[in-house]
Design a binder for this molecule. Structure first.
Ligand code: WTA
Length: 625
């Protein structure tokens, strides 16, 4: 922990010479098979960090901890939804990863191959990710809440040849048929040669001969040795699909060395992690927070990371607090949506448990409103745990804006200051920094090691999405302002991405699913502010001739989106309307719809037809968004 003066000194030096700053971090932070000599090659918007060095993410997360006392330290503490418990030491996790990697190698997979991981929150998810990393296989974890169709498009885009799954997952006492979903997806993905199945719940599944392999058989027959393969720094460690402003999800590509250097550095600056800490990040490994702050960050540091399989309120609303008390968790990292749902459930649930082990609390994924912040601070932190409100994105790889505890005073609702080496600013439309207090677009003016390296197979979209508004400057898609203390306040997205419970969703993706339904002619999806989820998804739809707007059809359409994308994307509401407000050029005026769902109460049954004649008049002006 640093004091403010020391910390400001570090930040100043880092900004004065970011390359030297990151090079120094990289030299001490990672094990290098061959050291790098060049730090950064920057041909905007393409960055290469430490490019002539070779390293391996799995080696850095496991092998290097085995030579000292950490070999018997708990690497992973797993709590199952049904109260099962598994604790894997570094040595034990390493042994399992080596076995599984040897099995993958035995099947002929290696550097540059792509694997889709569709797994529940179980230790095998970590084993599979690390085993891929060990061999240089690029992994892409698909959140277990995604549908077969969403899975198929990702397998397809990635050209994956290997899939790793479980028979099923558990969610609130129900069974999520992962293998079945994968089967459905694979019926249209002939490129996948093998799918490896871990038996987790014992659910009944079909195994297809030759293609489908049992995890247990594979590791039983695998060789005992499987050294980590040195890969170039820029070798992609993983691709993670996220929602963009068009219907097609984008495959965000992350590197090996730059990514690892910065997730590790931020573990230290933000979480002030100590060797005797028990650290728990409640994210799912299907999202970037799970990659960076359940797996790669904590393990690179040799920390103890907790992984919980189930839902926060299952079987009772105090499950999280029970886990904190059980494992004496010191650092706890969760989302504002979770916090808001705890507030709703009542203070008696946390108050029943001994939370005195907590030292530091974190928040991620959405703006945290001051009242949620205050509740988190007093009821969970007992007013003695600093709160780190961490701003970052799938694309940034690691936390970029956050207080560093001890050094930076917090303010409820602000992610405070850029971390060392990060050149954040707020621009107006013309690309000029706005005066403090004024709202604008959050941008990043210098490349950073854990930045995305591109969108898989689509350099043009990468350029267009992030670098076209301000040449050479990264556009985050978020609005923000900075106060007179230099603190950043991130307000939310300015593009067609909405954030429901911290899950990023593309309105275009939802719309394109809607219009595939036979009853739907046109659709427009917007976010409505929601006390619990941050935003809720509302979809307006016009129907094709012959279709009748009934509550049953409204419900069918909600379920349709859930089935096509995944349950978490199921709209809160589908409103069937007789027309959508449009500009003269025919563009749907989403802003108007957003206002409508935000400010005006539309009386009556929301599943019946609405009259847009007023809006239609408004739309006479040729307004573009
Ligand atoms: C939002 C999650 C305010 C933001 C790590 C960003 C936040 C998007 C915060 C990225 C925060 C994330 N305060 N907003 N502390 N953290 N966001 O890719 O809009 O799932 O652009 O990454 O979440 O979401 P993603």
């Amino acid at each position: 922990m640093m004091d403010r003066t020391t910390y400001d000194g570090v930040r100043k030096a880092a900004l004065a010479d970011p390359e030297e700053f990151w090079a120094a971090r990289a030299r001490v932070g990672l094990h290098w098979f061959s050291p790098f000599r060049t730090t950064l090659e920057w041909q905007a918007p393409f960055a290469r960090w430490f490019a002539d060095g070779t390293t391996n993410a799995c080696y850095n997360c496991l092998d290097r901890h085995l030579t000292g006392w950490r070999k018997n330290k708990a690497a992973l503490i797993w709590e199952g939804e049904e109260y099962q418990q598994r604790i894997l030491t570094y040595q034990e996790l390493h042994r399992r990863v080596v076995q599984f990697a040897a099995a993958l190698r035995g099947l002929g997979y290696g550097q540059g191959d792509r694997a889709i991981l569709y797994l529940p929150m179980i230790p095998e998810a970590a084993v599979a990710m690390l085993a891929c990393a060990r061999l240089g296989i690029i992994h892409s974890v698909v959140f277990a809440g995604f549908s077969a169709e969403a899975l198929r498009t990702r397998i397809d885009d990635l050209g994956a040849t290997l899939a790793i799954t479980a028979d099923a997952g558990r969610r609130r006492g129900r069974i999520v048929p992962l293998k079945k979903n994968l089967d459905d997806a694979l019926s249209e993905c002939p490129g996948v040669r093998h799918s490896i199945v871990y038996r987790h719940t014992g659910a009944e599944i079909e195994m297809r001969e030759r293609r489908d392999l049992e995890w247990a058989d594979l590791v039983a027959g695998a060789e005992a040795e499987c050294p980590a393969v040195p890969v170039p720094s820029e070798h992609p460690l993983f691709v993670l699909y996220t929602s963009g402003t068009t219907g097609k999800p984008k495959g965000v590509v992350h590197s090996t060395a730059g990514y690892l250097v910065q997730v590790q550095a931020t573990m230290e600056w933000v979480f002030d992690l100590r060797d005797d800490d028990t650290y728990w990040c409640t994210a799912d490994i299907g999202w970037v927070t799970g990659h960076s702050y359940i797996i790669y960050g904590p393990l690179a540091m040799g920390a103890t990371t907790v992984m919980y399989e189930g839902a926060p309120d299952w079987p009772r609303p105090d499950r999280f607090w029970e886990i904190i008390a059980k494992y004496r968790v010191n650092v706890f990292y969760t989302s504002p949506t979770a916090i808001r749902s705890f507030i709703r459930q009542g203070d008696e649930h946390p108050n029943r448990h001994d939370l005195s082990s907590l030292r530091l609390l974190g928040s991620v994924g959405e703006p945290i409103n001051p009242s949620a912040w205050n509740w988190y601070n007093t009821v969970i932190g007992k007013s003695r745990c600093p709160i780190v409100d961490t701003w970052w994105q799938t694309e940034t790889g690691s936390i970029l804006l956050s207080p560093s505890p001890g050094a930076v005073e917090t303010k409820p609702g602000s992610a405070t200051l850029p971390l060392p080496g990060i050149d954040a600013a707020i621009f107006n439309l013309k690309g000029e920094p706005v005066p403090d207090g004024q709202q604008g677009y959050l941008v990043l003016r210098k490349p950073w090691p854990s930045m995305l390296r591109g969108l898989y197979g689509d350099p043009e979209r990468y350029r267009e999405n992030y670098w076209s508004r301000y040449p050479g400057v990264y556009f985050t898609g978020d609005a923000a302002h900075r106060d007179s203390d230099g603190y950043f306040w991130v307000l939310g997205r300015v593009d067609d991405v909405i954030n429901v419970s911290g899950h990023r969703m593309s309105t275009m993706e939802v719309e394109s699913v809607m219009v595939r339904h036979p009853a739907v002619a046109e659709a427009a999806a917007v976010g409505r502010p929601d006390e619990l989820k941050g935003q809720a998804l509302v979809v307006f739809a016009t129907l094709k001739g012959g279709a009748t707007p009934t509550p049953a059809l409204g419900e069918e359409l909600r379920q349709w989106v859930g089935q096509e994308i995944g349950g978490f994307a199921r709209p809160e509401e589908v409103r069937m309307v007789d027309g959508l407000p449009k500009t003269r050029s025919g563009k749907i005026m989403r802003r108007l719809l957003r206002e409508l769902v935000t400010n005006r109460h539309v009386a009556g049954d929301t599943t019946t037809l609405e009259d847009f004649s007023v809006l239609a008049k408004l739309s006479a002006s040729d307004e573009d968004e």
